[in-house]
Each structure stands twice: as structure tokens, then as C-alpha cells.
Design a protein around this ligand. Structure first.
Ligand SMILES: NC(=O)c1ccc[n+]([C@@H]2O[C@H](COP(=O)([O-])OP(=O)(O)OC[C@H]3O[C@@H](n4cnc5c(N)ncnc54)[C@H](O)[C@@H]3O)[C@@H](O)[C@H]2O)c1
Length: 330
């Protein structure tokens, strides 16, 4: 069995690839390096630089490497930017998934794990989001991920595709000190960028209807997320029953202020964040129930909030030191 990981040179995909290797499962990476980095590809793992929109390149890679299943992580992940760039978002996340499913069908590959997102829920008015909570995405990004889930469902009806979608909430931390989140928009990288530059970090809004006024999110460690992909892939391989979607949430939330305190503790840099305007469409609180994933995918939080912050900070500092050593931008 060999798993193709699309987006395997990105933050989450690179962790998924390492988790597969650690589980003695063969992996092949397909990535166009639009946001991923070649040096996130581990030694010895075949790497195909290709755009998932290029179906012929996918068919060629699937055939050449004897692919038996796909973990589809590649995507355009910026919900805020997607409002300004809806067509780009749909092209990458919807047309790209169609192209991948066509290539899989042409090659007779019938199992897929898909990177979905909490964004499919929009602003849920429940204490804990479950798999059946209403899907009311508020951005082209959330819509594109929901359509991705539907594409898998419809291919299952049409041609017997076996599939699951893993909905991530706020993915943070590093399971390998050489990999980090390069996103200019996510909270951890934004705060670390500011601290590395000697600037006071900014957070958005402190007047939300939450206990401390900052918004509450379900932060999960990327290595725990990666492990769930391996469990899902094994479940598909063994032809075990699998749900169409799982929420990879902790059942508990942390506020942005709590994260800021953990960052100050871990970095040893005391700071009080500057408060900027709320971001449009940012819900006060999203926390997910992960019971279904715990039942089927051995899902659990294996890392504390401090470990999430510490591992992410150490990887970021390491990248900064390498940048200085190499005398060039990464
Ligand atoms: N980071 C999060 O908190 C989070 C939360 C929910 C869902 N997700 C989803 O998880 C996936 C991975 O996110 P990430 O944080 O690792 O982002 P990332 O940007 O680090 O990784 C995405 C990877 O996909 C590649 N890619 C993008 N478009 C491609 C294309 N057309 N063809 C081939 N490769 C392409 C990029 O080069 C990159 O390596 C995305 O689909 C994202 O929507 C992420």
C-alpha cells in the first residue's frame, strides 16, 4: 500500500508524511510548492512537484508510484483572503479536488482521506460542535471545504469511493523541529513574527462575549492531527467502516489571552498584546467534540497547550537561526 499525500510539503502534510513513515507506511508527496517548502520533504520520500489541477501529472505520478490511496491535504487555506479571492479559492479547493478524484478514478484508486476544516460550520451556536451540527460556512474557503466533502460523498455513491473527511480546528505546534507553520495569517506565526522582530504582537478584539473578552478556539497539536490521518488510512486499508467526517477537536477551548500568557511564559518575553479591531466573520467561540474520532481513530490530545506553544516557538527560532546562518531569507 502506498499513500499519495497532496500538499505533503506544507505544514500539516509534512507532519502527515512523517507519521506515515513512522507507522511503516509508504508515502509519495505531490506538491506544487505554492506555499510548501521543498526542505519539509523528508529524505527518501519520493517528491513530485505538480499542481493537483494537472490531472495528467497526477495520473502519471499515481501510475509510476503504484499509489493505492490518497491523503488530500493540498489546499488554499486562508479564510479571510478567500473573501477577496473566491475564484482562486474555488479553483484550488474545488476544481483541484475534482481533478484529483478524476485521476484517482482513472487509476482505479478508491480510498481517500480529505483535509476539511472547522470553517464548514461557520458560527455554530452550540457549546460543542459535533459532526451533525449544521454546516453554515461563512467564507468561500469554508464553502469550498464543504463542497470538497460533498464531492467525496457523491463519488462514493457513483463509483464506490471509500472516504473520510477530517475537520481540523486550530492546528498549532510542531512535531518535528524542522517544520513550522509558514502562514502569515494564523495566530501563532503572527505572534512569533512580531516577537522575533521585537514588536508587540497584536490580537483582534477583546470585547467578545467570552469570559476574558478574547475569542476561544479549539487548539490541537499538529502531531496529534497527523496521527489521526494514519489511523484513518489504516481503517480504509483494512476495509473497516468509517464515518464520512470526523471533528478533530479537543472538547475544550482556550482563549487568545490564555495563549498569549503561554507564549509570554515559554518565550520569556513579557508583553501585553495590542488590541486591534475584531476580524469580520470571526466567531467568539468554536469548540468541537472529538468523541467520534476518539472511538474510530484513536484520537486524543497527547500534548498540552504549553507543549503546543513551546514546540512551535522552538521550530520558529530554529528557522530564524538558520536564516541568519545562511544569510538569506528562507
Ligand atoms: N492550518 C490549519 O489550522 C488548518 C485548519 C483546517 C484545515 N486546514 C487545511 O489543511 C490543509 C493543509 O494546511 P496547512 O496548514 O498545512 O497549509 P500549507 O499552506 O502549509 O500547506 C498546503 C500545501 O499544499 C500545497 N498546495 C497548495 N495548492 C496546491 C496545488 N494546487 N497543487 C499541489 N499542491 C498544492 C502547498 O504548496 C502546501 O505545501 C489545507 O487544505 C487547509 O485548508 C488547515
Amino acid at each position: 500500500m502506498t499513500w499519495m499525500v497532496t500538499g505533503g510539503a506544507g505544514y500539516i502534510g509534512a507532519h502527515v508524511v512523517r507519521a506515515l513513515i513512522n507507522a511503516d507506511m509508504a508515502a509519495v508527496i505531490v506538491d506544487d510548492l505554492s506555499s510548501g517548502l521543498k526542505r519539509f520533504v523528508p529524505d527518501g520520500v519520493p517528491f513530485v512537484q505538480a499542481d493537483i489541477l494537472d490531472k495528467d501529472a497526477l495520473v502519471q505520478a499515481m501510475t509510476a508510484h503504484g499509489i493505492t490511496g490518497v491523503i488530500h491535504v493540498a489546499g488554499f487555506k486562508y479564510a479571510g483572503v478567500s473573501v477577496q479571492r473566491p475564484l482562486h479559492t474555488y479553483t484550488q479547493n474545488v476544481t483541484g479536488t475534482v481533478s484529483l478524484l478524476e485521476a484517482m478514478h482513472d487509476c482505479g484508486i478508491d480510498q481517500i482521506v480529505f483535509s476539511s476544516s472547522a470553517a464548514v460550520f461557520g458560527t455554530p451556536h452550540v457549546d460543542q460542535v459535533t459532526e451533525t451540527t449544521a454546516k453554515e460556512p461563512l467564507s468561500p474557503y469554508g464553502e469550498s471545504k464543504l463542497i470538497g466533502e460533498w464531492l467525496l460523498r457523491d463519488q462514493a455513491h457513483a463509483v464506490g469511493l471509500r472516504h473520510t473527511s477530517l475537520r481540523y480546528f486550530n492546528v498549532v505546534g510542531c512535531g518535528d523541529p524542522t517544520i513550522y507553520d509558514t502562514s502569515p495569517h494564523n495566530l501563532f506565526p503572527r505572534v512569533f513574527e512580531a516577537l522575533v522582530a521585537g514588536v508587540v504582537p497584536t490580537i483582534n478584539g477583546n470585547d467578545y462575549p467570552t469570559p476574558d473578552g478574547t475569542n476561544v478556539r479549539d487548539y490541537v497539536h499538529v502531531a496529534d492531527i497527523a496521527a489521526a490521518h494514519v489511523a484513518a488510512a489504516k481503517r480504509l486499508e483494512s476495509k473497516n467502516t468509517i464515518e464520512p467526517a470526523y471533528n478533530l477537536g479537543s472538547g475544550d477551548g482556550l482563549s487568545v489571552s490564555e495563549i498569549m500568557r503561554a507564549v509570554a511564559k515559554v518565550t520569556g518575553i513579557p508583553f501585553s498584546p495590542q488590541i486591534a479591531e475584531r476580524r469580520v466573520g470571526d466567531p467568539p467561540r468554536i469548540v468541537a467534540n472529538g468523541d467520534l474520532a476518539a472511538r474510530d481513530l484513536d484520537w486524543k490530545m497527547r500534548h498540552t497547550a504549553e507543549e503546543m506553544v513551546r514546540s512551535a516557538w522552538e521550530a520558529r527560532l530554529r528557522a530564524e537561526n538558520n536564516r541568519h546562518d545562511n544569510g538569506s531569507a528562507e
